[in-house]
Design a protein around this ligand. Structure first.
Ligand SMILES: NC(=O)c1ccc[n+]([C@@H]2O[C@H](COP(=O)([O-])OP(=O)(O)OC[C@H]3O[C@@H](n4cnc5c(N)ncnc54)[C@H](O)[C@@H]3O)[C@@H](O)[C@H]2O)c1
Length: 435
């Protein structure tokens, strides 16, 4: 498993749990040292016991010797990052560097699998790069990953489906064996050609991002016309053609996947002369949405945020992860700092990752309530469970002004009104009955 980040580490640990011998190889020496000492460099529920147990039992090893790991493996997964390049396309530098290492260290026939999210055509480039360095036969397959951070172990262990693009029946057979333990309840292994597998991952993320932006815009309109988006969500989510998932409005999508994958797909479309107008609009709507909480706060402060103190609950791009890449919470904090506000932040897991961007420009509160001390408003950016049922009396005592701007619609507007809060959420009229 080359790359031991959010994807490689989870997939490697789960494959080891199923009885395979797995070597996690990464260039990041600090990360590998942590992993060897059974310290998990990311917050991901359920991951630690898997890593500890399988490392103890000898099925899971970690190394910085990528070449050596390749030599000792029959199957090589490429699970390195594919960040956006300047033009929005996926930067394949890391993927191709691994392909080159594979070619250079090819000592027997191997199956190479791209796990990273990569545009159509990448497997062909990986194949060409490997072939430049070896005469030995090998397969290149595409096996995009659909796990969600925060539920990654569960998602990998019990996938809705596994998408596998293969270049031959032999490779298909090996992958079928590898995945058999995870699909015993009958969820499908979907074998297809390699380009279709590569496209499937982008299409899935783009569809989910589209649902989010769609609902965010419907929520804005609900707010403007006096409708309640919670009821509208239920009203449409019960339609089986639509379904209930991914219909919650929020402060905009973020994280390490949706923003970059939407960008990369738009770019692919441009390169092929196929304009993806829907996705261009999805992206624009999301950029606008990432300003919504700030604009609401600005309105409550009559545009005078300078010198005000604002508490922000949540820094991670969603609950149950420490990942702050492209987090709308960080965007909000930056907007508040730009406006001259002082910002007091709390997140149950993401202080260390957020500190890399925010540094000492904000106050980090060890406890959620500590963030509120003397603040003129509370903004909620991430839907962590511990924020869902807080002690409202305590919040009111601590805040200098009883104002809550809620980007996750966690509370009942009527109740908050009764408790004497000014409560501003997304797509719901103040004092409406939904929660
Ligand atoms: N994070 C997610 O939820 C998720 C879900 C599905 C798919 N993906 C995709 O999976 C890929 C990996 O994402 P991630 O979030 O795990 O990234 P990450 O940044 O957490 O991890 C990538 C790892 O690869 C290592 N690396 C980079 N170049 C290397 C090289 N040449 N040799 C060895 N190691 C190298 C880095 O040191 C890092 O540890 C991306 O393409 C991403 O789009 C991510």
């Amino acid at each position: 498993m080359v790359g031991t980040g959010y994807v490689g580490l989870v997939v490697g640990a789960c494959l080891a749990e199923a009885g395979n011998d797995v070597i996690g190889a990464d260039l990041d020496e600090a990360k590998i040292a942590e992993l060897r000492a059974n310290r998990i460099p990311i917050y991901e529920p359920g991951l630690e016991p898997l890593v500890v147990r399988n490392q103890h039992d000898g099925r899971l090893q970690f190394t910085t010797d990528v070449g050596g790991a390749i030599e000792r493996s029959d199957i090589v997964f490429i699970a390195v990052g594919t960040p956006p390049d300047e033009d929005g396309s996926a930067d394949l530098r890391h993927v191709l560097a691994v392909a080159r290492a594979i070619g250079e260290h090819m000592n027997c026939p191997k199956i190479v699998i791209t796990k990273s999210t990569v545009p159509v055509g990448t497997a062909a480039r990986v194949r060409a790069e490997i072939a430049r360095h070896t005469q030995l036969p090998f397969h290149v397959c595409s096996n995009p990953e659909f796990l969600k951070e925060g539920a990654a172990v569960e998602d990998f262990m019990k996938p809705d489906r596994v998408v596998i693009g293969v270049d031959s029946p032999d490779a298909a057979q090996v992958l079928e064996e590898l995945y058999a333990p995870f699909v015993r309840t009958g969820n499908p292994l979907l074998f297809m050609d390699v380009p279709s597998a590569e496209m499937t991952k982008y299409a899935a993320n783009a569809m989910l991002a589209t649902r989010i932006s769609f609902m965010n815009q419907i929520a804005r309109l609900c707010e403007a016309v006096g409708a309640d988006v919670t009821l509208v969500r239920k009203g449409i989510g019960t339609d089986r053609r639509i379904g209930p998932a991914f219909l919650f409005p929020g402060p905009g999508y973020g994280g390490s996947c949706f923003p970059k994958d939407v960008k990369a797909l738009i770019r692919s479309g441009q390169e092929q002369g196929v304009p993806l107008d829907v996705l261009t609009a999805v992206e624009a709507a999301n950029e606008r949405q990432k300003r919504l909480l700030f604009e609401k706060l600005q309105r409550h402060f009559d545009g005078r945020l300078r010198g005000a103190s604002v508490a922000v609950w949540g820094l991670a791009f969603k609950a149950e992860t420490d990942d702050v890449r492209d987090s709308p919470a960080l965007a909000l904090v930056e907007q508040l700092l730009d406006a001259g506000a002082q910002v007091r932040v709390h997140d149950p897991a993401a202080h260390a990752t957020a500190r890399r961007t925010l540094g000492d420009r904000v106050t980090y509160a060890a406890h959620a309530y500590d963030a509120l001390q003397g603040a003129h408003a509370l903004a909620i950016a991430t839907e962590w469970l511990e924020y869902r049922n807080p002690d409202f009396e305590r919040i009111k005592r601590l805040l200098a002004r009883p104002l809550i701007v809620d980007g996750r619609n966690l509370y009942d507007p009527q109740r908050l009104a009764r408790l004497g809060f000014t409560y501003d959420s997304i797509g719901r009229p103040p004092g409406c009955a939904s929660s």
